[in-house]
Design a protein around this ligand. Sequence first.
Ligand code: FES
Length: 128
Amino acid sequence: MFRRLPDAAAGPLVPVTIDGQGVMVPEGESAAAAALAAGMVPTRTTPVSGAPRAPWCMMGVCFECLMEIDGEPNMQGCMVPVRAGMVIRRQEGARRLPAMPGTSHEAAGASLGAASGAPAAAPANPQG
Ligand code: FES
């Protein structure tokens, strides 16, 4: 679906893992661009309805490129340059939140939707 411009791959290549598959990508390319070129579309699903999403603006504005990078969820893939050994994974639904120090709230480890006050089991939303 996506391919690089001919001069984009002219520099050194680095090994990364995208959705479990080892690939060589141009050093410094964004994780989102690498994921698109590797065919990882969608790159995430939405927390409420599970709708597929993929990078859109490629400049840090839309947040459609959220993905898991090196085990860290909710990374803006378009803003993170690849480096050798990077592991990029599709982000499925809501990420887990870390426990907040000093709280006994059940939100520790809860999903983003529950922590933000959204209903835990919202009805399907065709737009999101
Ligand atoms: S693609 Fe829009 S913020 Fe990354």
